[in-house]
Design a protein. Structure first.
Length: 131
């Protein structure tokens, strides 16, 4: 609900980056989870993210337009599923080698940061027109 309003008000670039900033807060909270503040960051950051269902169609439309949107969304959804399937395996392997999930969280933090930078670079800005 809130993310949909953010896409309407701020456009795809700012709303997607803002949503992913909440992911960074949540991941940072998981890195700092031994403190009460870290747990608070993890819960708030990940609860406020809400990225997947709202963001992908809006980003696809902003970057590629409406043509073939459903085919592109299906392709993207398949890769999202692959990522969702691989991440627990990677996290488990990191834990098995290091005895901690923290290195995996640092990897995810860096990857999400890369995605934010990519979105800011690739997603066109909304040009506000006055009627």
């Amino acid at each position: 609900f809130c993310l949909g309003k953010a896409f309407d008000k701020f456009g795809a670039r700012k709303a997607a980056a803002g949503s992913l900033l909440f992911s960074l807060v949540g991941i940072a909270g998981m890195i700092l989870c031994k403190t009460p503040f870290g747990i608070y960051m993890a819960v708030i950051g990940l609860a406020c993210n809400g990225y997947g269902m709202v963001a992908n169609p809006n980003i696809i439309q902003a970057v590629f337009g409406k043509k073939d949107q459903s085919a592109i969304l299906g392709f993207l959804s398949a890769f999202n599923s692959i990522g969702g399937s691989l991440s627990p395996i990677i996290n488990g392997a990191v834990f098995d080698r290091t005895g901690s999930y923290t290195p995996a969280f640092f990897i995810w933090f860096c990857l999400v940061t890369f995605v934010i930078i990519t979105f800011i670079t690739v997603i066109p800005s909304e040009k506000k027109t006055k009627a």
